[in-house]
Design a protein around this ligand. Sequence first.
Ligand SMILES: [Zn+2]
Length: 431
Amino acid sequence: MSAGYVFEGARVIDPAAGVDEIRDVVVANGTIVDGAAPEDAERIDARGLVVAPGLVDLHTHLREPGDEHKETVETGTRAAAAGGYTAVAAMANTSPVTDHAAIVHEVRDLATAAGCCDVFPVGAITKGLDGESLAEMGEMVEAGVRVFSEDGRCVPSARLLRNALVYAKAFPVEVVLADHAEDASLVEDGQMHEGAYSYTLGLAGRPAEAEEIVVARDLAVARSTGGRLHLCHLSSGRAVDLVRRAKAEGVRVTAEVTPHHLVFTDADLVTYDTAKKMHPPLRTDADRDALREGVADGTIDVIATDHAPHAVEEKDMEFDRSPPGTIGLETALAAVLTHLVAPGHLTLPHALAAMSTVPAGILGAVEHGGPLTTGRPANLVVFDPTQEWTVEPPFVSKARNSAFTGQRLTGRVRYTMLRGELVVAEEKPTR
Ligand SMILES: [Zn+2]
């Protein structure tokens, strides 16, 4: 273990403290320190680099336990570190499902053993994701879980959502219910956004109203119960409007969007690229623009990856037989820098707040998201905002189903630091 590190002459962006300035960042004994570095500290020339709180992903599928051929906690957290993340929320649709405390501990212990990135398991709302009986939420809250979700599936009924939101309000800590908003009856065999391109390509559609109906339902239930709702990966412009209005009325809701929904549209499916098949689907130009606006005006609080790894042979299928999802941990920051910050849709501090500070708050990840003040754990990302690179396999993730494959992106993670240890150095994972 090093005595410490000094990142010299960095642009420090610390959204939690409202800081954006050029200075040194000193780390000793795993924490940020104000003032002089230890004499034997390692000095890293960080001129031209940005130092910020490590990124926090509110929506990662690590696949373990159960689908270790797609990803494991170890490979997924290593990919997260490579992408600048120091904490990720692991979704509950594993096998067995994360619906009781033992699985929460198992996933977290696997992450501790790998030592790449902190993992905050998300609990299932219902037992075995059956959509009917509530899971052991109480014991999972005691085990530290703060977010519950059926992700992969939509909460099937308003009644279940209402019961869960009311139940969650009784806990002494804030517990958030996150929903994958797609009405199952409208998307049964749907492969992509329903519209001109789905008709041309001959693929069954998933209409935007499938999302809008559930978002409207969820907001109504959150309004009436006063419960704390989070909407996963919005894809429809009208859904963004619904959230904007609900927030203005004081409904307790946050929303997220993925980098791929902020970058691609259904027009990008003309090559039948299965890496761009996901739920909810990529939609129209107008939807993408509305999502960008939603992030810029604060209607959408969080940019989350929905990292969804699959084995090569699973994705290498006809479009309608391939499972949905794209990996995203290693490309999220660069995608946001390239497609949102560089063109002026979003400031860099705002982007970093949406990718670190805000999701850390929702997850209850108190050691993450800044502020980078004395005595705080040194959980940091250090990136070059000008370095260009081309996305291509292999990835640090076990999977290679990236919607961004072949894209030229600007912005590269150079170092990721977890509690004062470099888990990524000179772009390479150290563990
Ligand atoms: Zn989902």
